[in-house]
Design a protein around this ligand. Structure first.
Ligand SMILES: Cc1ncc(COP(=O)(O)O)c(C=O)c1O
Length: 282
């Protein structure tokens, strides 16, 4: 396995987990592949990108008659597989008595968990339901849906994948090392890009410090520690509530009250539940 160098360095236990299951994990780019060596020759200190790691893995798989490479994000079969998330969310919302959410936020890297969560709801729009779908990208890593071009591009740096029509920053783009390593991808799924292009889905960019704070609040309030990627959706959900007008027309602060209190008194966070007809998922 080739893990992006930035994630390899910042998440050492992921490597340990892969080894427990019998895998061997290399930081990417590595000097084990032609693609990796070419990238290292260009920049020996690069922190890597998903596009580089994909090139290395595809190169090795293509040379082994017993190996196949299946992309785990971006492509249609991944969206279909991940639609179990949206179907479960539908069932949970129905059980909670709120079958039609007003808005759904999902974090977007390659776009697969976002599509898995939102596309089952998208199908329902034809039945007349009104649910706003929002892709939450990292502003810290200039994001493809909000800042990229909509055009054909490769899914990897070496150009080994088929060309995909998608929002892209360009296959050679090397994103900064952000907490949410899973969102450091140069493109976004063709299906999600198409949905955004048709106006069926919105896209916003979230600052990583805000996302991190929202994740801490979520964890300290509900006991579940969200992945750094998911905290982008958690923060977007909090901001939506903040945008609501307080009685008398006064605009509420954009930070939840408990979070403002936490800043003043770090050890004493009051419980605030994220509730209402929205699902944030990853
Ligand atoms: C934890 C985590 N969340 C989200 C993502 C983003 O991928 P996608 O947008 O395709 O769901 C990744 C990608 O590797 C990830 O590792």
């Amino acid at each position: 396995m080739w893990q992006v160098r930035a994630s390899y360095d910042s998440k050492p236990y992921r490597k340990a987990q892969m080894e427990v299951y019998g895998g061997v994990c290399h930081p990417s780019p590595s000097d084990l592949t032609e693609a990796g060596r070419a990238m290292l020759a260009k920049d020996p200190n690069t922190t890597g990108s998903l596009g580089m790691a994909i090139s290395e893995a595809v190169e090795v798989a293509a040379q082994d008659p017993n190996a196949h490479y299946a992309l785990g994000s971006v492509l249609n079969h991944v969206m279909l597989h991940q639609s179990v998330i949206g179907q479960e969310a539908m069932q949970q919302l129905a059980e909670a008595g709120d079958a039609v959410p007003d808005v759904i936020f999902g974090c977007a890297g390659g776009g697969s968990n976002l599509a898995g969560l939102t596309f089952p709801f998208l199908g329902r729009l034809r039945e007349g339901t009104k649910t706003r779908l929002v892709a939450c990208e990292p502003a810290a890593c200039p994001s493809s849906l909000t800042q990229g071009e909509y055009r054909y591009d490769f899914g990897d740096v070496a150009g080994l994948t088929p060309l995909l029509k998608m929002h892209t920053l360009g296959k050679d783009f090397v994103p900064p090392s952000i907490h949410a390593g899973g969102l450091r991808y140069h493109g976004t799924s063709p299906m999600v890009s198409h949905a955004v292009n048709l106006g069926l889905m919105d896209a916003i960019a979230i600052e990583q410090d805000d996302a991190f704070e929202a994740g801490l609040l979520f964890a300290r309030s509900g006991g579940i520690i969200p992945a750094p990627e998911s905290t982008h959706a958690v923060d977007a959900r909090g901001r939506r509530r903040d945008r609501a007008r307080a009685p008398g027309g006064r605009r509420r602060s954009h930070r939840p009250r408990a979070l403002r209190q936490r800043r003043a008194r770090p050890a004493g966070v009051r419980a605030v539940r994220v509730r209402g007809g929205a699902a944030a998922g990853c």
